[in-house]
Ligand binder design. Structure first.
Ligand SMILES: O=C[C@H](O)COP(=O)(O)O
Ligand SMILES: CC(=O)C(=O)O
Length: 205
């Protein structure tokens, strides 16, 4: 199934943001998240194992695996070759945006203010990450930015928790939130991950 960026954002109310150090942890984490109802998985390119982790997770039934912390077109191509079906970036650069559009790769660039979003609109993008969501001013900041820019769709990420997610998801333009709270560091605890995913799944998206 080919998904556009809106399709990826609408798979579930939460996209888990994953920092995985050990490729042996990839499948247990992905399987637990998918079992819990969260199929869209963002594997950040912040560890040496990340591309191999994407390769492993991409083989898990039902998982739609993307790469996070994608900073340039070369990293996008490496992630795509490993099986990534969407990419996420902490910021918005023209080279990466143009490469993602040319490759028809669903892309969620990080934006923190109106100017970032306007640059994205100029490039033809309409779906953005709001990052770092809490540090950039939280729900009041995003609502203020969306007053004039009501036509875009948003995935806030950064400092969001199970407890705070509902307030973000109540904003009409917010299709999903991203967060790292679902998976702890170190060896995965699949039962705990599945339980956290189930709780996140019940949030209204
Ligand atoms: O860099 C952080 C990720 O975007 C996720 O943020 P978080 O750990 O605050 O959920
Ligand atoms: C911040 C984030 O989500 C990323 O590294 O892409």
């Amino acid at each position: 199934m080919t998904l556009d960026v809106a399709g990826v954002m609408q798979l579930a109310p939460v996209i888990p943001v994953l920092v995985v150090e050990d490729v042996a942890h990839a499948r247990p984490i992905a399987e637990a998240l998918v079992r819990g109802g969260l199929p869209a998985l963002e594997v950040t390119l912040r560890t040496p194992a990340a591309l191999e982790v994407i390769r492993e997770m991409a083989q898990v039934d039902g998982a739609v695996v993307g790469a996070g912390t994608v900073l340039n077109p070369a990293q996008m191509e490496a992630a795509q070759a490993a099986g990534a079906r969407f990419i996420v970036s902490p910021g918005l650069t023209e080279p990466l945006a143009k490469a993602a559009i040319a490759a028809d790769m669903p892309f969620l660039p990080g934006t923190a203010n109106a100017s970032d979003i306007m640059r994205g609109l100029d490039l033809g993008l309409t779906h953005f990450k709001f990052f770092p969501a809490m540090a950039a001013g939280g729900v009041p900041a995003l609502k203020a930015i969306l007053a004039p820019l009501h036509m875009v769709k948003i995935c806030p990420t950064g400092g969001i928790t199970q407890a705070s997610a509902a307030e973000w998801l109540a904003i009409p333009q917010v299709l999903c939130v991203g967060g790292s709270w679902l998976v702890g560091k170190g060896a995965p605890d699949p039962a705990a991950i599945e339980q956290a995913a189930r709780a996140a799944r019940t949030l209204a998206g």
